[in-house]
Design a protein around this ligand. Sequence first.
Ligand code: DC
Length: 229
Amino acid sequence: MTIQIITIDGPSGSGKGTLAARLAAHYQYHLLDSGAIYRLLGLSLHQKDLLDTLDQADVLEQGAEIATHLDIQFLSTEKGIQILLEGDDVTETIRTERVGEFASKVAAIPVLRTALFDRQRAFAQAPGLVADGRDMATAVFPEAKAKIYLTASAESRAERRVKQLQAMGLDVKISDILANIQARDKRDMERTVAPLKPAADAYIIDSSALSIEDVFKMMTSYIDAQLTK
Ligand code: DC
């Protein structure tokens, strides 16, 4: 039986995570949140005090070993997906800006990306997979039948993030959030290994002026056409 693969790549804040989860539920496919895997590795290396010395060859080798055997679990619960690192619940911890920084650091190191490659490929199981990330179509699942690149202007992504943080009771300045987003985009797009960019055959959607519902409809019409080809 062929395993159908749908990839969704794009910058953070484009709505990728929400849409990937909705698509996985709609098609009853598995879901790979590859950003979470980079976050888990960043957190693990930080906890082991290795994150700041990865420029040393022996530490990097140890880091790659840890990446290959990283003890992680994604559990489906009534409240959503619960994420465990070495048995500890880190579902909320890995979403913080701090762990986002750890992840971004780890993501720029080729040896660590390679070490995570097979782990990500292993998520491809019948009947299908929705893979959410930065290089799902360009590096990890180039054979995917449906490749979507979801983007949005940095300003609209900053506005959405501010709303989310305000809803959590946090007092934040849009200028700070925008600066963070621009810095992260630059790092993700300019790194030499697996930079953030659309695959040549990707369907590109700019969600700046669109609702989640609009984007979901555009995605499902494209995917339905691709999967029946
Ligand atoms: O999507 P996110 O914010 O959870 O991703 C965290 C970091 O990991 C971000 O800096 C980009 C990086 N990442 C990556 O390089 N490749 C992926 N496939 C997914 C995430």
